[in-house]
Design a protein around this ligand. Structure first.
Ligand SMILES: Nc1ncnc2c1ncn2[C@@H]1O[C@H](COP(=O)(O)OP(=O)(O)OP(=O)(O)O)[C@@H](O)[C@H]1O
Ligand SMILES: [Mg+2]
Length: 734
């Protein structure tokens, strides 16, 4: 590996999973992937690329002219004016090299101390741009979290941020990667600089930029086709996909894009959220800026799918994700992982991954959000506002129904050609499959919807005519304008394999507007095809994942003495929210979890719990033979550099390289946060020269599959170290 960020010869917070490179077959598959991307028109033409570069050159000239003009107008001496410069940097998808034709360019203008944001940037530069005929659609957004000037220059869309540095003179060779650049600047500047610093860090932290780019292009396209590309709605946006792909590149540094794509889906379909995805360790930094830290920050504990940015101050880039949207995404990862396996077996091709998401066929109940305004300008602004708030409706429904009723917001907006100045959003509703009693429960969400509507009406720039209506529609009543060509498709064939999260038979009841209470039944499950395998209980994974997180949370509560409603949430089957933080809840964990057997006792541990914490493997007693127990002990004791780890037997996992197997820890390898790869039992490839009986293996596997360990914070630089031992300790180890 060429690059290393930690002196250990690898990039990332853990060792790679595999150093394997592509086989002949993988190389062919990668060519197919590239063709797929090219056929989909995802690469811009040479002319367009040149035109973008010209536009960027022009923008650089504009800001250089602007800073001199504005400095002179500010009454500074001629010498000072001559020395005053501003610089343009690019970031986002353009800088990463994954933008498509027609994409906008994210740019940052860096100016010296005297060039203030309000007077110089949003006033002087704005006026200058407004006077230029080549600049169109100029739209300043000074009050945004990250203030921005939006415009088109020679037809190319530009988002221009501003960093007002403390430098008296901006050096030509300014390097934004040094943390000192953040010293004494305002918050908006920190946030504006973050885009460039994060993008550059990503490029530094991936082992191979070319494979990263191809894989990311593929993933962005896939996410858009499957309706999970949108940060604002609560799915993931450009930065999130980039970080997720970058982590996979670190874990498989020599893999080709076709390999990375299938590993991507495999890894993230198994990831134990809310364990964070990180490209490097979170640095505290010397400037005292807040970094993502659920131990200290209450808000960070509520993040469901943390994907941490790699530049100081490290933040969670995916705070908009909710339980509902995460669930949709995990199901999508699972579906895609199955398809990748079929592709590998030559039973499917890449196009199968890109089948459009059949959103309006999947649920029995939808919410229709109808937006109107008096003119196009108002409608655009109003729509932007409503879109940015839709995720709050998702959250409200989740909270109100204690996460029993979940929603699936469609990131697309829809127009009805017969009704100008109208725009529509839709959300699918579904109920979690649980006990019969809960299934019968009905939810009246009128109050929630009304609250949402009044929040929407509190829009700062509200104008007469801006209205919103939210109504419940059944699938059969979905208006035909949402379908391609305005033609409602006939009922989907039940023999076609479909989306896993639609197969709940449970009844949902959503009451909005015109109806008091309605109760409908979810569609019968579609039969699975070979490619789209549907689990018999589509929410089974979901439950077990939530429960695992809950257990971990309760343990973490013990440790920190805090209540973690973010992680623990209301959907726990066995741990009530109000019990969190007390000793009781950790002992009320489900029986099939032995997690608390493996936890270091907190200081305040009650006397009756002493047997619980004696040994990391205590409690597995009859299930593990002594060598297995010892092996788990080793991992627990040695794995202090991982926030969580997977214990695996290399023979069981074809991608573990034998060189990673250490003497005395022969069959063990630690992988990082939340990564829990399933292993098939019974294999004894003999790399380690050990033997085992399949029956015995099976019993042990069942017993220790869900073994979870939480570490107290003092063990390492990161605060909660969870060792998740999803193990199959099959063989005699030592
Ligand atoms: N939620 C966020 N957290 C941290 N940084 C963000 C966030 N959203 C955007 N950014 C920064 O702004 C940059 C541009 O964001 P943007 O949403 O335009 O993504 P992008 O990668 O350019 O994808 P797209 O092609 O969709 O524009 C990102 O690369 C990132 O550095
Ligand atoms: Mg962008």
């Amino acid at each position: 590996m060429a690059k290393s960020n930690n002196g250990n010869g690898y990039l990332g917070v853990t060792e790679p999973i595999s150093l394997s490179g592509p086989t002949e077959k993988d190389i062919v598959r990668t060519q197919e992937v590239e063709k797929c991307l090219s056929d989909a028109g995802l690469y811009e033409s040479q002319e367009e690329a040149v035109s973008r570069e010209e536009v960027l050159g022009k923008l650089d000239q504009i800001v250089k002219a602007w800073i001199k003009k504005a400095t002179r107008a500010g009454g500074f001496g001629e010498q000072f004016v001559q020395e005053a410069i501003a610089k343009i940097f690019t970031f986002g998808s353009y800088r990463l090299g994954v933008h498509g034709p027609g994409a906008d360019i994210d740019t940052l203008c860096v100016g010296p101390r005297h060039a203030t944001r309000t007077e110089y940037f949003f006033q002087a530069l704005y006026e200058m741009l407004a006077d230029m005929p080549e600049v169109t659609e100029l739209h300043p957004v000074p009050d945004a979290h990250v203030p921005v000037l939006k415009f088109k220059l020679n037809g190319v869309s530009i988002d221009l941020l501003y960093a007002n540095l403390t430098h008296v003179v901006i050096p030509e060779d300014l390097d934004l990667s040094h943390d000192s650049i953040l010293y004494n600047v305002d918050e908006q500047t920190v946030r504006s600089l973050n885009g460039c610093r994060v993008t550059d860090q990503i490029l530094r932290l991936v082992p191979n930029i070319l494979t990263f780019r191809t894989t990311l292009r593929f993933m962005r396209f896939w996410a858009k086709r499957r309706g999970v590309y949108s940060n604002v709605i609560g799915f993931l946006g450009g930065i999130n996909w980039a970080l997720l792909v970058a982590r996979i590149c670190q874990l498989y540094p020599n893999a080709s894009p076709s390999m990375l794509i299938s590993r991507f889906f495999k890894v993230y379909s198994k990831w134990k959220w809310p364990n964070p995805v990180m490209l490097c360790h979170i640095q505290e930094g010397s400037l005292g800026l807040p970094v993502w830290d659920p131990r200290r920050n209450f808000r960070d504990r509520g993040h469901h799918m943390p994907i941490i940015t790699p530049a100081y101050p490290c933040m969670n880039s995916s705070y908009n994700v909710s339980v509902s949207t995460r669930h949709v995404m995990v199901q999508e990862f699972t579906r895609a992982s199955d398809i990748c396996q079929a592709i590998d077996e030559s039973k499917a091709d890449w196009d199968a991954l890109f089948e459009p998401y059949p959103f309006f066929e999947l649920y029995r109940n939808y919410l229709k959000i109808e937006i109107t305004a008096r003119n196009e300008d108002d409608l655009r602004n109003w729509k932007g506002w409503v879109e940015s708030r839709l995720r709050t409706l998702v959250l409200k429904i989740e909270r109100f129904t204690r996460e029993m009723l979940l929603s699936h917001p469609n990131p697309r907006d829809f127009l009805d050609s017969t009704r100008p100045l109208h725009c529509f959003y839709f959300m699918g509703l579904w109920k979690k499959q649980t006990s019969q009693a809960q299934e019968a429960e009905q939810y009246d969400i009128r109050a929630i919807v009304n609250e949402f509507k009044s929040n929407i009406h509190a829009y700062q720039h509200w104008r007469e005519g801006m209205e919103i209506e939210v109504s419940h529609v059944k699938r059969k009543d979905i208006p035909s304008f949402v379908f391609p060509g305005g033609i409602r498709p006939s009922r989907p064939s039940r023999t076609i394999g479909k989306e896993a999260h639609t197969v709940s038979r449970s009844k949902i009841s959503a009451t909005v507007q015109e109806r008091n209470v309605l109760s409908t039944t979810q569609p019968a499950p579609y039969k699975s095809s070979e490619v789209n395998r549907i689990p018999s209980d589509p929410h089974g994974d979901y439950h077990s994942q939530e429960r695992t997180n809950t257990v971990a949370s309760s343990l973490l509560c013990e440790e920190t003495g805090h209540m973690l409603n973010g992680y623990a949430n209301l959907h726990s089957e066995s741990v009530e929210l109000e019990h969190l933080g007390s000793y009781k809840e950790s002992t009320s964990a489900p029986e099939n979890h032995v997690a608390h057997d493996l936890v270091k006792p907190p200081e305040s541990m009650p006397p009756n719990s002493t047997n619980v914490y004696q040994s990391p493997t205590n409690g597995l007693g009859h299930l593990l033979d002594s060598s297995c127990k010892k092996a788990a002990d080793i991992i627990v004791n040695k794995t202090t550099n991982f926030s969580s780890a997977v214990l695996a037997v290399p023979d069981e996992f074809d991608e573990l390289d034998s060189h990673q197997v250490k003497v005395n820890q022969k069959n063990l390898i630690a992988v990082d946060q939340g990564l829990s790869l399933e292993h098939e039992a019974g294999s004894n490839g003999g790399k380690t020269g050990t033997t085992s009986s399949p029956g015995n293996n099976h019993m042990k596997r069942k017993a220790v599959e869900e073994l979870e360990v939480s570490f107290p914070s003092y063990l390492n630089t990161f605060y909660f170290f969870r060792l998740q031992l999803h193990t199959m300790v099959l063989l005699s180890l030592l």
